[in-house]
Design a protein around this ligand. Structure first.
Ligand code: XMP
Ligand code: MG
Length: 183
């Protein structure tokens, strides 16, 4: 699939690359101030958070380490169940570290609350979350997300790391797909 085809498959663009970068710059500034003097570790959740991590960490005005987790949720259909299996664990011992989980999107919040609890149980000094996108359903679960890029409507979105059947992750914007893609 070439770039032209990716563009043709989009129904609408919700966020342009420029809007995303501008917001990540703001979040980076806030994060840098909040974690001044603290032992911060960024933890990305594969694979969706790859682009958020890349741009957020470059927006930080200093050096910060990162680590990655890969998980698989036993979902029934399209909704996640909150039951999670670790496919790739952290390389880092997070004892006494201030962990900031970097996510692409929080939908039901079930996956995230599992990850938060799991990391907190490893005696991290703190565990907070930064997500580029948040959907309305996230409000139903009591998962505290400290940094949110954008609240978006309850639509399936792709691009900027988010996929449909592993495609469209390398779209520079975030958008919805045209109906012809699903049929
Ligand atoms: P929770 O547990 O918060 O799950 O319901 C969040 C995960 O669900 C996926 N997800 C999406 N992926 N476009 C995507 O490409 C979307 O609009 C979308 N909404 C949820 C995603 O894997 C996320 O980590
Ligand atoms: Mg994800």
């Amino acid at each position: 699939m070439d770039t032209e085809q990716m563009g043709a498959d989009l129904e609408k663009v919700l966020l342009t690359q420029e809007q995303i970068w501008e917001r990540l710059d703001e979040l980076a500034e806030q994060i840098w101030a909040d974690y001044a003097g603290k032992d911060l570790l960024l933890v990305g959740v594969l694979k969706g958070a790859v682009l958020v991590m890349a741009d957020l960490m470059r927006a930080l005005p200093g050096s910060v380490p990162m680590d990655w987790m890969a998980i698989s949720s036993y979902g029934s259909g399209t909704k996640s169940s909150g039951v999670v299996r670790i496919l790739k664990d952290l390389d880092t011992d997070i004892t006494d570290k201030h962990v900031l989980i970097v996510e692409d999107i929080v939908d039901s919040g079930l996956t995230l609350s599992w990850i938060k609890a799991n990391l907190a149980s490893r005696r991290a000094a703190s565990v907070e979350v930064c997500t580029l996108l948040r959907k309305p359903d996230a409000a139903k679960v009591e998962v505290d997300v400290k940094y949110v890029g954008f609240d978006i409507p309850n639509e399936f979105v792709v691009g900027y790391g988010l996929d449909y059947a592993e495609q469209y992750r390398n779209l520079r914007c975030v958008g919805t797909l045209a109906p012809h893609v699903y049929s």
